[in-house]
Write a protein that binds this ligand. Structure first.
Ligand code: NAP
Length: 267
C-alpha cells in the first residue's frame, strides 16, 4: 500500500511507539491526524514530526464516546485511509490482586476502544480505493504470561478481532493488519516491568524498530507480523505445542513472583 500522500489517523501518538510511528509516516510522505490523552506529550509529537504533515490533533480518552466521535469526524473531514490503533496500557501484577475496575479499564483501552473506533471509521475506509486498519497488539496477544493476565486477555482479544475482521473484509479493499511487538523501550514499561524483562532475559526494542516493522507490514501487504526473535518462534511453538511453552514458562514462574514481591508491585 502506498503511504506517500495518504492520510493516517494514529492513536497513542503521545506515547513511545505512536510517536516513532508518526515520525516514520511523516518521513514516508503521509499526512497525519494524531490522538493521545496527554496534550503536552501530543504537542511534543507534533514538534517531532514535520509540522506541515500534521492535519489535526485531538487529546481525549478513547474510552469516551465523545473522543471516538470526534476522531471519526476528523477522519471523515480529511478523508483518512489508514487507521493505526496504537494506544494501549499495561498492568503488571498477579491476577488475584486486580480489581474489577482494573480489568474493565484495561479491556476498555486495549480492546473495546480500537473496536469501537474501527467500527466508526469503516464506512469511510470502505469508500477509499485503498485502505488499512493496523492494530498494534503484542507478543502477549499470542503467549499467555504470568504477571500479565489482564494484558494478555486484552491483546489476545485484539488479535482475534483483527483476524476475524480481516476475513470479514476479504471481499473489499480494506486490509486489516495485526502487529505484535515484543517488549519495547517506552514509558509503558515501569521500572519493575523492565527489571522483570532483565530477570527473564527478554530483549527490548527501541520504538523506531517497531515503527519500521509496522511500515514494512503496511507496504508489504502483510496481515500479521511479530517483531523480534526468538519471540516469533515462541509464538509459533505456543500455537503448535502449548505444553512445551507451559513447561518453559512454568520454570520461570518463581522468578516472576519473586520480582513482583520484591517490588511490592501491583501496577
Ligand atoms: N512498550 C512495550 O513493551 C510494548 C510491547 C508490545 C506492545 N505494545 C503496545 O504498543 C502500543 C503503544 O505502547 P507504547 O509502548 O508506545 O506505550 P506508551 O508510551 O505508554 O504509550 C501509550 C499510548 O496510549 C495512550 N493511551 C493510554 N490510555 C489511553 C486512553 N484511555 N485513551 C487514549 N489514549 C490512551 C497514551 O496516551 P497518554 O500517554 O497521552 O495518556 C499513549 O499515547 C500499546 O498498544 C502497547 O500495548 C507495547
Amino acid at each position: 500500500m502506498q503511504l506517500d500522500g495518504s492520510v493516517c489517523l494514529v492513536t497513542g501518538a503521545s506515547g513511545g511507539i505512536g510517536r516513532a510511528l508518526a515520525c516514520a509516516l511523516a518521513a514516508e510522505g503521509a499526512h497525519l491526524i494524531l490522538s493521545g490523552r496527554d496534550e503536552a506529550r501530543l504537542a511534543e509529537t507534533v514538534d517531532a514530526v514535520d509540522t506541515s504533515r500534521c492535519l489535526a490533533c485531538y487529546g481525549g480518552d478513547l474510552r469516551d464516546a465523545t473522543t471516538l466521535n470526534h476522531l471519526a469526524q476528523l477522519a471523515a473531514r480529511h478523508e483518512a485511509s489508514v487507521l493505526f490503533n496504537v494506544s494501549g496500557a499495561n498492568q503488571l501484577g498477579l491476577f488475584e490482586s486486580a480489581s474489577d475496575e482494573d480489568i474493565e479499564a484495561l479491556i476498555g483501552i486495549n480492546l473495546v476502544a480500537p473496536m469501537q473506533l474501527t467500527r466508526r471509521l469503516l464506512p469511510l475506509l470502505r469508500a477509499r480505493p485503498q485502505a488499512a486498519i493496523v492494530n498494534v497488539g503484542s507478543a502477549f496477544g499470542a503467549i499467555g504470561h504470568a504477571g500479565y493476565v489482564n494484558y494478555c486477555a486484552s491483546k489476545f482479544g485484539l488479535r482475534g478481532f483483527s483476524e476475524a475482521l480481516s476475513r470479514e473484509l476479504a471481499d473489499c479493499a480494506v486490509r486489516v493488519i495485526h502487529v505484535a511487538p515484543r517488549a519495547t523501550r517506552t514509558a509503558m514499561n515501569s521500572a519493575v516491568a523492565t527489571r522483570l524483562n532483565q530477570v527473564l532475559g527478554n530483549a527490548e526494542d527501541p520504538p523506531d524498530v517497531v515503527a519500521q516493522a509496522v511500515l514494512a507490514a503496511v507496504r508489504g501487504n502483510r496481515k500479521r507480523i511479530a517483531v523480534g526473535w526468538p519471540e516469533r518462534f515462541f509464538i509459533r511453538l505456543n500455537q503448535m505445542l502449548p505444553g512445551v511453552v507451559d513447561r518453559a514458562l512454568g520454570g520461570k514462574l518463581m522468578l516472576v513472583k519473586q520480582t513482583l514481591q520484591s517490588a511490592g508491585a501491583q501496577e
